[in-house]
Design a protein around this ligand. Structure first.
Ligand code: MCA
Ligand code: AMP
Length: 485
């Protein structure tokens, strides 16, 4: 079985051990040190079932995920800011055998019953023989749907290898690249592309811990060649550029600037291009599919498009009734459906949801609506579900937030929508009918309530109060009427 990380194999190929692999702030590991540290942790995982990983933006998370992959054990990355309700759901659904965490992390009570294994990044062990199969689960990543709690997308090892190799082809990504990023490590973007990607190539990644335009600029001026970020990060870069010539120099010198997880507004594309002479390229993916399309490094970077299907990805647009759209006219809108070795295998414990997500001929229904230009470039124009909100690059289900709001005693009725936001793409708006109109709950109270139960990025940024929610004859909330305010 070919290894996910040739540079970490028992007999390493490619990158020699002294090359840098990971850097988080002041701390760094070479390939030899990473092999030893992850090997030591992997040695303690043999025979265990799934493991949870307390995914702080720190070295321990990267070492823990690599260790689990080396041991052939599926990893479930946890958002360390998850609230009680979300954490309890993920733990009961994924049933991990233990939790891997940095030694200094204080874990919440929800994890108290679980065996804890501290990750020692200076430990020494050897990399075990890779016995895992391509279809074996590598990661279970939780992702929101329109209703109900998040679902665990089971990603096989095959999908990780396929998507990372396809990106290497599209971007000319090699072991000589040095990536800088400041993304969270409990989602595909930051973890799979942003950590496992450089390691599969034998290159290196510098993680900022927390994203700032200054941090990205500093690393790009100091040898980093690529930047990965969500549109909110590029928006903040675009805002900073006019007063920061060092940042403009840094971006001008980068080999590749890549945006994903949501659409990068054309205005931000243009501002960055004007200040740096460089164009950000976009790629399009999903937790369930990993990456589907990208503008190629050797292709024409065009604002507002996500490029062409990656090698090995079959992509089609279909009409409501399932008829494929063949026209490359930049006008005919259809749902994007994809098939390929990059796809997840199932939603954990949710055969119903898994079955509903695929067509009879094995294509995954993304729910994203798009057109294709005459040269095949895909242009995403919207989303099927109005109850999915993309804020800061996070996908958030309206139903999940509504349920949390309804659990507050001062809330009688609640509806959640997304509203355009220049920084976050969309901001979460809560429409509330208070239990007592004379004493409505304060916006901060409701934001804190949602942040504590679910996660801070799921909190409403704006609360609007109504006497009643607009409903149709069937009693269903008419969200479009809400949006018109
Ligand atoms: C604020 N905070 C709170 C509260 N309010 N904490 C508790 N209770 C509250 N009421 C805290 C937050 O925890 C955080 O803490 C700080 O205040 C700021 O929070 P926030 O305002 O939410 O941050 P932001 O500035 O709005 O964040 C913008 C961001 C972030 C950095 C761009 O949205 C982000 O990291 N986005 C990345 C999303 C991503 O990776 N998506 C990939 C999934 P502290 O200060 O400690 O942080 S999509 C994917 O994977 C697919 C495959 C794809 O295509 O990529
Ligand atoms: P998630 O489920 O959190 O993995 O988010 C996946 C969704 O993010 C996709 O279904 C798209 O709606 C959106 N997305 C990802 N990349 C892009 C992009 N470059 N442009 C527009 N939308 C994107």
């Amino acid at each position: 079985m070919s290894s996910l990380f040739p540079a970490l194999s028992p007999a390493p190929t490619g990158a020699p051990g002294a090359r840098p692999a990971l850097r988080f702030g002041e701390r760094s590991l070479t390939y030899a040190e990473l092999a030893a540290a992850a090997g030591a942790t992997a040695g303690r995982l043999g025979g265990t079932g799934r493991v949870a990983i307390w995914a702080t933006p720190a070295m321990e998370t990267a070492v823990a995920v690599v260790a689990a992959l080396l041991a052939g054990v599926a990893a479930v990355p946890l958002n360390p800011k998850s609230g009680d309700k979300e954490l309890a759901h993920i733990l009961s659904d994924s049933a991990p055998s233990l939790v891997l965490a940095p030694p200094d992390a204080v874990l919440p009570p929800a994890l108290a019953a679980l065996e804890r294994l501290d990750v020692d990044v200076r430990a020494r062990g050897s990399v075990p023989e890779d016995r895992a199969g391509q279809g074996d689960p590598a990661l279970v990543v939780y992702t929101s749907g329109t209703t109900g709690p998040p679902k665990g997308a089971v990603l096989p090892r095959r999908a990780l290898a396929t998507t990372l190799d396809a990106l290497a082809d599209a971007w000319g990504w090699t072991g000589d690249d040095v990536l800088v990023q400041g993304l969270p490590l409990f989602h595909v973007h930051g973890l799979v592309l942003g950590i496992l990607g450089p390691l599969r190539r034998g290159g290196s990644v510098r993680h900022l811990g927390r994203f700032t335009p200054e941090g990205a600029g500093r690393e790009l001026n100091d040898g980093a060649t690529m930047l990965f970020g969500v549109p909110t990060m590029y928006h903040r870069i675009a805002e900073t550029l006019p007063g920061d010539p060092e940042l403009a120099k840094a971006l001008s010198g980068a080999r590749l600037l890549v945006s994903g997880s949501a659409a990068l507004p054309v205005h931000d594309h243009e501002r960055i291009a004007a200040a740096t002479g460089r164009r950000v390229i976009e790629r399009y993916g999903m937790t369930e599919t990993l990456m589907n399309t990208s503008v190629r490094a050797d292709g024409e970077p065009r604002a507002g498009t996500v490029g062409v299907p990656l090698p090995g990805v079959e992509l089609r647009l279909v009409e409501e009734d399932g008829t494929p759209i063949t026209a490359l006219d930049g006008e005919s809108v259809g749902e994007i459906q994809v098939r390929g070795a990059n796809l997840f295998t199932e939603y954990l414990n949710r055969p119903d949801a898994t079955a509903a997500a695929f067509t009879e001929d094995g294509f995954f229904r993304t729910g994203d609506m798009a057109v294709r230009d005459p040269d095949g470039y895909v242009r995403i124009v919207g989303r099927k579900a109005t109850d999915l909100i993309k804020s800061g690059g996070y996908k958030i289900g309206a139903g999940e937030i509504e349920n949390a709001l309804l659990e507050h005693p001062a809330v009688r009725e609640a509806a959640v929508t997304g509203e355009p936001d220049p920084d976050l793409g969309e901001r979460i708006v809560a429409w509330i009918v208070p239990a007592d109109p004379a004493a409505p709950p304060a916006p901060d109270t409701l934001a804190g309530h949602v942040a504590d139960r679910l996660a801070p990025h799921k909190r409403p940024r704006l609360v609007r109060y109504l006497e009643a929610l607009p409903r149709n004859d069937m009693g269903k909330i008419m969200k479009r009427a809400l949006d018109r305010g």
